[in-house]
Ligand binder design. Sequence first.
Ligand SMILES: [Zn+2]
Length: 278
Amino acid sequence: MSEDRHKARSATFGTVPQDVCIFCERGKPLVKITKEHLFSRWVDDVLTPDLLGPDRSFERTTAGRDGTAVTKTWPTEVIAAVEAAVVCGGRQDGCNGGWMSELDGQVRHLLEPMMLGKPRKLAREEQLTIAAWAAMKSMVLEYFWGADQVIVLPQTARTFVFRQRRAPENMQIRIAAVESWGRPALFFRRVYQLQPKAAGGLALPGFASCSTLVLGCFVVQTYGTSVTGPATSKQPHGRNYLVINPPTSADINWPPPEALDDPALDRFAHPLQPVTGD
Ligand SMILES: [Zn+2]
């Protein structure tokens, strides 16, 4: 068992090491690229094994270029130990210990109650903070999925988050809820290869990446493509999700009217299923 886990880790989490920080693009000798844990410590402090039981897992689903989806699951303790050297730290103005941990601190008091299933009203500014945090996390997460992964999101998108502390305008971000007996800590990632329109239409971006993070009862999903573009038109909220990026000025009330059960979560994590048909 432990040997299998070790194999899974070394085989699958051949994280993509970087010479320069994925956000600010600085490298040696200006800054040191430091290892970043996937989970912030406070996430583990909220979602304790006592609270949730041992059934915490981590799942990866990727749709390959041939459209085949591969799903893998790992226990959380393996995931908690995984680090990727992709962002800079070690200095006062380093990303990891600077703006990223600031953003993490800002989002903590917003997410903690929702992770535990407590309803919450979110003002516009709070939605923007959660969206910025989710964008930042999903960008770091792209580098956690192994050397064979496609890094979909472009540098311009990461630079935007670094400079503006906001989610890129053309990234679609939704929040949702799962029942308290749902899957407590689960990450999905889907990579889609988009086909150019056959006749006369605009060329589509080459790839899209959809990351879905389930943290306790709280679910957040980012959907971004490999090009930078103008804000997509504002999508309406659904029965089981709320759109927080592109942002609106209105307050929203979490949770949405319907929580996601397991099949609904699978559908939610695979938004292009009606197109790909798998
Ligand atoms: Zn940096």
